[in-house]
Design a protein around this ligand. Structure first.
Ligand SMILES: [Zn+2]
Ligand SMILES: [Zn+2]
Length: 312
């Protein structure tokens, strides 16, 4: 069964008794899960496998040349700070919260006493819809856009762009996610699956990868592909205001925000924003202050040796 991933996080049930996550999940009718390592270890293994495979694939079939040396420390630094911020605010994580919620009996699927398979699959799909809606909000509300533009200011794209979110955006997202979990009454296993899919999916959709045209077209019928999400990172506003989906491509088609190609065409598209293009904006310290300031003034001291906004 769940081995250690429940033992470390006993939670109060509906009557206030301390119970394990396993008991709560079994109580939802899911009794045949295979043996697995602890939740954080399992997540880390899946994440590192996906990251390794995509980094390899980016070397084999890249969409463009990219600069790793000047971008990765900032992008990965934000990722680590985001994890720390989320765990400080909610040490048990969203999965632990869902397990606690199941014990209270609150939320749609907890109230309906829905069968496990239905509650899990519907919750994963509804959480994906919630993340689509959240992404639209982060673009439309100016204060939220200040946080989210840190993600968009990357002037190149690869898997690490999918990890580049300001820690405050991670915290706000966590609050919205907990709200969605509460309304849906999402089972802990669904939240776990959703978070794993979201993390691996973010790496995939931002990957510097040129998929064969046939794969790209067929995959897009169901899921968001690198080619589809690339449009969202175009410098052109009309492109940025499209393709908000994270996992399922359905939501953009349904809400008419789908855009198959960037306005300038794939070959000519420019990633990033009009501003924050100075290479100094890639540093971790400047990334952290980006939401609260205007772009850095030109670096007058470097003169002819100024770093250019080019790979290298
Ligand atoms: Zn966005
Ligand atoms: Zn993105």
């Amino acid at each position: 069964m769940f081995n250690s991933w429940h033992k470390s996080s006993p939670l109060p049930d509906r009557a206030g008794n301390i119970v394990s996550l396993e008991t709560l999940v079994i109580g939802r009718g899911l009794t045949h899960l295979p043996a697995m390592p602890s939740e954080p270890v399992l997540r880390a293994l899946i994440f590192l496998s996906a990251f390794g495979l995509l980094a390899l694939a980016e070397g084999i079939a890249p969409f463009r040349d990219t600069t790793r040396r000047s971008r990765w420390p900032g992008n990965l630094g934000l990722f680590v700070l985001g994890i720390i911020a989320a765990r400080i605010i909610l040490p048990l994580g969203a999965v632990g919260y869902a397990a606690w919620l199941a014990g209270t009996g609150a939320g749609l699927f907890n109230l309906l006493q829905a069968p496990g398979w239905l509650a899990i699959s519907a919750s994963v799909i509804l959480l994906d819809l919630a993340i689509y809606a959240q992404h639209v909000l982060f673009h439309k509300i100016p204060a939220l856009w200040r946080l989210h533009r840190v993600h968009h200011a990357d002037t190149e794209m690869d898997a690490t762009t999918g990890l580049r979110f300001h820690p405050l955006e991670i915290v706000v997202s966590l609050g919205i996610k907990l709200g969605a979990i509460t309304l849906i009454g999402a089972p802990p296993v669904a939240v776990f699956l959703f978070e794993v899919l979201l993390n691996a999916g973010a790496l995939f959709t931002h990957a510097n990868l040129r998929l064969p045209a046939g794969w790209e077209a067929r995959l897009r019928l169901l899921v968001v592909t690198p080619g589809m999400h690339r449009v969202h990172h175009s410098r052109e506003r009309i492109d940025t205001d499209s393709n908000y989906g994270f996992n399922l491509s359905l939501w953009d088609r349904l809400f008419r925000t789908y855009r198959p190609e960037p306005a300038p065409g794939e070959a000519n598209m420019v990633f990033g924003l009009e501003t924050f293009r100075d290479p100094r904006e890639r540093r971790l310290d400047t990334l952290l202050t980006q939401p609260f300031r205007t772009p850095l003034p030109p670096d007058e001291t470097c003169q002819d040796a100024c770093p250019k906004d080019r790979p290298g």
